[in-house]
Ligand binder design. Sequence first.
Ligand code: PEP
Ligand code: MN
Length: 346
Amino acid sequence: MLIVMRHGATEEEVQRVVDVIVEMGYQAQRMPGAQRTAVGLVGNDGRVDASRLEGLPGVQDVIHVSQPYKQVSREWKAENTVVRLPGGLCVGGSDVVTMAGPCSVESEKQILDAARQVKEAGAVILRGGAFKPRSSPYTFQGLGRPALTLLAKAREETGLLICTEAMDADGVGWVAESADIVQLGARNMQNYSLLKAAGKCGKPVLLKRGIAATITELLLSAEYLLAEGNYNVILCERGVRSFDTITRNMFDLTAIPVVHKLSHLPIIADPSHGTGLRDKVIPMARAAVAAGADGIMVEVHPDPERALSDGAQSLYPAQFGQLMREVRVIAEVIGRRLAEPAGVNA
Ligand code: PEP
Ligand code: MN
C-alpha cells in the first residue's frame, strides 16, 4: 500500500503516517518525490485496512497495490529505475547498454583477449562466469575465485565494468567485492537464500529469468532483492524452455514490453542463452533492441571452437563488431543510443 501525502505536507505529518504504520505492525518506507512525498507500507500479505491512515492530516490518497510484487511494480513507483554504475554508466535510462564476453573465464589470455575485442567493438561491460552452474557435474565448472582476479585485471586494463555470476549465498560476498554487477543465473532465480544475500550485497544485481519461470515469478524474485533494500536490480530475459527443441530455449521478447509495463525496473535481453545458436543470436539481439530492451548481453569468445562452455552460441569477435554497428542504428531509430564506455560522460 502506498500513502501519498499532499503537496507541502509537513515533516510531522509524514512522521505521523510512519508511526501509525509501525503501530499497525508493518514497515514504513519514505519515498520522497519531486512533487510530493509518499510512504510505502510493506510487510503485509493481503489487503490492509486503510481507515486509520486515510484520515490522518496531510494524507491525500491511499493506493492499494494490486500486484503480488509490491516495490517492483509500476503502481509503487511510476518512474523508471535507473541503475547507476561506476563511471556514470546507467542501465534503464535512454542509453542501451551492451554487455559481452565469454560464457566462462578460462585463462588470463582468454579473458584479456575477449575484453580487448569486445571493448574494441564498443561494448561497455565485460561478462564472464567465474562460477558456472552446469547441467553436468563432469563439465567445466569455472575457475572460481582466481577468475574474479582475472576479471578485475581485465577491467583495469580496458576500463570495462564487470558482470559475473554468484552461485550461492556463501559466494555472493566474494563476487560483490570484485564485480560491478552481480549476476544471478536462471537456475537460481528462485534460490531464496541467495536472493536474500544478494539483496544485502551492496552491488547492483542482474537477475535472469528462470528456465521455466513466469514473468510474475521473475518479478516476485526481484521483490526479494528490493525487500532486502537493494533497489539496483536489472532483469534479464534469457529464454524459457518450451516444447520445441529446435533452439536451446524459446526467447520471449514479449517479456520486454510486458515487464516495462508492470515494473519500473530495467530489463535487458540475452539472445545467446535465448537461442543457443550463434547464427540466431544476431537477429534476436537486433530484435531485442528494437523491442525496447535496456541492454543486451551477448556471449563472445576469442576462439569459440575451443570454448570450455557455450561455444556453439558464442559469437566470433568480428561478428560481434558487425552486430554492434547494426544495433547502434536500431537504437537510434527508436530514439535511444548505445551507452558510451564508463567514464566518457561521467
Ligand atoms: C550465463 O550467463 O552464462 C548463464 C549460465 O546464463 P543462464 O543463467 O541464463 O543460463
Ligand atoms: Mn553461457
